[in-house]
Design a binder for this molecule. Structure first.
Ligand code: GRF
Length: 199
């Protein structure tokens, strides 16, 4: 059974997609053993509680440095005997210690087709604002392994989404979440849990 730890910061719709996929058996041989929120107000915490998944807050503000915060997250994931860390709308920095202790065992969902619209500063709505500004006709989402390069790790899955006339960043974000993120993140976890994807 793959023990999954999910890192969240906001609404938690990607967390919900994982929870639902496990319930619907679209993900097998995996369980979420902990949810770690960087923000005490993250609605993702409520989603975890509704499904009796232990959730804690490890906020950057509670620590004197990025390194100390990173060590706290790392210690927690190791204490919970996590096999795979999933960043699902997580906005805090994942530091060297976590990346080295969980080498090739951290995945992230990014709301574009990497290498477009990714890297430092590209998160949340900003990604979709940049896509609309550039005028791309197709965007999408990417699941990738997290390494020391921001959004630079090996790509596991991608799914394309059409940009439609009149799209606002909010409308496009919602379509990318519905048509891509909420599908490929659970699919990637299922592949890893069932050893169809050796990472
Ligand atoms: C989404 O835009 C997602 O692509 C990005 O974070 C945002 C919020 O995700 N990774 P969630 O609803 O908190 O899962």
């Amino acid at each position: 059974m793959l023990r999954v730890g999910v890192l969240v910061s906001g609404g938690g719709t990607n967390l919900q997609a994982i929870i639902d996929a496990i319930a619907d058996k679209k993900i097998t041989n995996a369980e979420i053993v902990t949810v770690v929120a960087s923000n005490p107000k993250a609605y993702a915490i409520e989603r975890a509680k509704k499904h009796n998944i232990p959730a804690i807050v490890i906020s950057r503000k509670a620590f004197n440095s990025i390194e100390e915060h990173d060590a706290a997250v790392c210690d927690h994931m190791q204490n919970m005997d996590v096999d795979l860390i999933v960043m699902a709308g997580y906005l805090s920095i994942v530091g060297e210690q976590l990346i080295s202790k969980f080498k090739n065992r951290i995945i992230n969902i990014h709301p574009s087709l990497i290498p477009s619209f990714c890297g430092p500063g590209f998160y949340g709505l900003k990604v979709h604002e940049a896509a609309l500004e550039r005028g791309v006709k197709v965007t999408g989402a990417t699941v990738h392994i997290v390494n020391e390069i921001c959004d630079g790790g090996p790509i596991l899955l991608q799914k394309a989404v059409e940009v439609e006339r009149g799209d606002t960043p909010e409308i496009l974000q919602r379509r990318v979440m519905e048509q891509a993120e909420w599908k490929i993140l659970p699919e990637a976890i299922n592949m890893i849990a069932n050893k169809q994807e050796v990472i």
